[in-house]
Every structure is written in C-alpha cells, then in structure tokens.
Design a protein around this ligand. Structure first.
Ligand code: KG4
Ligand code: ZN
Length: 351
C-alpha cells in the first residue's frame, strides 16, 4: 500500500493551491504544475458592485464563508484526497491583508494537519504562471503584468527570478478602466464592458499617451483618467451627449498604445524568448490583438497570452507558480503571514 502511494507521488505531483488576495475565493488542484484537475472560483463581485469597488471587510467575510466549501469542491472535482497531495501553495501577498489572511490560514492549517510542505506564492508571480497552462515558459522571458492593482514589466532571466524594469507611477491600468467605466455607467469591474464598447467605437477624442516617449519603462494612467473625466464633465455642463462607444474606444486606444509601445521598446533592451501577457487586463481583446500584431516583427520572441479564463484571479495560476517554487524548495512554515505590499524582491535573491 505504502509503496503504491510512493510510486504515485513520483508519477504525479499534486498541489492544492489557494488564492484569496482580493474578491475571489479560489482553491485548485494542479498536477505537475501544468494540468488543472480543478479550479474552484467563488466570486464576490455582486456583493461589491453596489459600492463601486471592493470593500475589504466584506471581502474577508465572504472568504471565511466560502473557503471550506471551495476546498471540498476542489478535492472532489479533482477526485483526490489529502493523502494524494504533495504540497499546499498559497498567495500571501500583495493584496488586501484581511482577505489574504483567510487563504494563508486555511493553507497553513491543511499543510500542518496533513504534514505537507507549504509553498508561499507572490500573487503577481501567480498571474505570470497562468501562461504555463498554454505551454512551458522559456527563459529569459518578459511579462507585461496588467491587473486592477498593478501595471508592470517584469524581466525573468530564469525560473523563479523576477526583476521589475517598469511600473505604473500612479493608477494601475485596470483601476483606470474601472474608474472611467463608472462614468460610463458600467458596474465594477468595468474592464470587460469598456473593451466591448471600444470595439464598437472610434478613437475620436485623442486622449493623452502619458510617458509614451520618455526613456523609462514606467507607466502613468492618472492623466488619461483625468482627461477622460474632464471631457465627459465638460460635455455634461454643455448638455451634450458624447458617444459612449467613441469614449471607450479613445480611452482604450490610449491605454493600448502606451502599454504596447513601452513593451516593444523593452523588448529591444531585453531580448527574450517569450513575452507573456498576464493579469486581469490581459483579457483585453484590444491589447491581445495589438501585441499579436507587434510581435510579428520579432522573429525570436514568442507571444504567450495567458488563457482568457485564467487572466482574472484564480488558484490554478497559484498552483502553477507554486510548482516552480516547490521544486526550488522555497518553503514557508507556521510563521508565514499575509504581506499586503509584498514585492518581488524576496524571490530575486533566492538561489
Ligand atoms: O488581476 P485581476 O483579476 O485582479 C487584480 O489582481 O487586480 O484584475 C482585475 C482587473 C479589473 O480592474 C478589471 O476591470 C480588469 O482587470 N479587466 C479588464 C478586462 N477584464 C478585466 N480590463 C480591460 N479589459 C478587459 N477585457
Ligand atoms: Zn490579480
């Protein structure tokens, strides 16, 4: 019996992974880092919509209510038990501290009770590794990480090493989408609907492309957001009705231009085998189309788009990243705590 179990463990590595950094409670079972046996995602979006954004206390409460049934569903859908697992992986930052704590506590409890190694995962590394479900990541790689809280260009010389070469100096791209979406009367999170409207309109407003021409790889979206708000406010005062489709198209074109231009310039300085697009905003069809076109000019760089269904927060991506850190034996212990402003630094020094 024991021998059979050991053999099974050699053949397949099973990681139970947790994600609770914001408004999705998610638990997954991932086989060998690249195969999803289950990926349960309990979204809380409806509870936050009436507030126009995520309310931290409400998020924590929902995570507590959902986490146990998410674990049960993830194991039963994967048709595995605790004894089949090799490790437990968990997002421990960045994110909302009260929300992160629920996932971290649940993961520590399972790891402790079942004598399993605990693998701490940076949420942003998780987003990058969503692309692992498309094909193996080849290094060096560059990731354009665009989410509700982050907009970063991340250089990865080898597995588990992350260097931020550019980031937003103010709003994240997703945050800007959500803010201008509100003015267009779209519920939080607005990105997907703004993207849909944008495809029906034209770039007639010529909004600013902040920092597009400067030498850094940093981004700024607050000027674009203000230009958008000023335009709509001014029209309101004059009693004019502007085309929502054209407003969305103009906003999206400005965002996509800056993201694509900076990424292409970064590729010139950092020749890589793959460019990975990941994070919630990576679901943006305009951005996916634009990068696909731009990458045609790069013979030696392949574009890896995170699967549409895995762009938003989910535990499968945490399991994929967790598998890499598991193999590098980057383990946590009972002292692991949530780190709301976790950065990539801790991993870039790890050997
Ligand atoms: O990565 P994510 O699920 O959560 C964070 O870690 O922040 O990203 C959520 C963000 C939201 O701001 C949402 O509006 C945006 O991703 N988003 C999009 C699209 N789908 C989601 N933004 C632009 N276009 C989309 N299609
Ligand atoms: Zn995220």
């Amino acid at each position: 019996m024991l021998i059979r179990k050991d053999l099974k463990h050699v053949e397949r590595n099973l990681i139970l992974s947790f994600e609770s950094s914001c408004d999705e409670t998610s638990v997954a079972v991932i086989e060998n880092g690249d195969h999803i046996l289950s990926n349960i995602v309990a979204t809380q979006i409806k509870s936050h919509q009436r507030f126009g954004g995520v309310v931290p206390e409400v998020a924590s409460r929902h995570h507590i209510e959902q986490i146990t049934s998410c674990i049960e569903d993830a194991l039963s859908e994967a048709q595995v038990g605790y004894d089949d697992l090799n490790a437990v992986a968990v997002t421990y930052g960045p994110g909302l501290v009260g929300a992160l704590l629920i996932g971290v506590t649940a993961a520590k409890t399972v790891a402790f009770a079942h004598h399993l190694p605990l693998v701490p995962v940076n949420h942003m590394a998780g987003h990058i590794y969503a692309a692992r479900f498309v094909k193996p990541i080849e290094f060096p790689a560059l990731a354009l990480l665009v989410s509700g809280g982050h907009t970063e260009l991340v250089y990865m010389p080898e597995p588990g090493k992350f260097e931020i070469i550019g980031e937003t100096r103010d709003d994240a791209a997703g945050e800007a989408y959500d803010k201008i979406g509100r003015v267009l009367g779209i519920n939080y999170p607005a990105g997907k609907e703004v993207d849909r409207l944008a495809h029906l309109g034209k770039d007639t407003f010529n909004f600013p492309r902040a920092m597009d021409q400067d030498d850094s790889f940093d981004f700024s979206f607050s000027g674009l957001k203000s230009a958008f708000l000023n335009t709509t406010h001014h029209a309101d005062q004059l009693g004019e009705t502007l085309s929502r489709e054209d407003l969305a198209a103009s906003f999206q074109q400005a965002v996509v231009d800056v993201l694509a231009d900076k990424t292409v310039r970064a590729l010139a300085d950092y020749p890589v085998k793959q460019l990975i697009l990941a994070g919630g905003v990576a679901a943006n069809l305009g951005l996916r189309e634009r990068l696909t076109t731009e990458l045609e000019a790069f013979d030696n760089t392949e574009l890896l788009l995170a699967p549409l269904k895995l762009c938003g927060d989910n535990a499968a991506m945490v399991g994929a990243a967790g598998y890499v850190f598991y193999n590098q034996q980057q383990f946590g212990d009972a002292s692991l705590n949530a780190d709301p402003s976790l950065e990539f630094d801790w991993m870039s020094t790890a050997e």
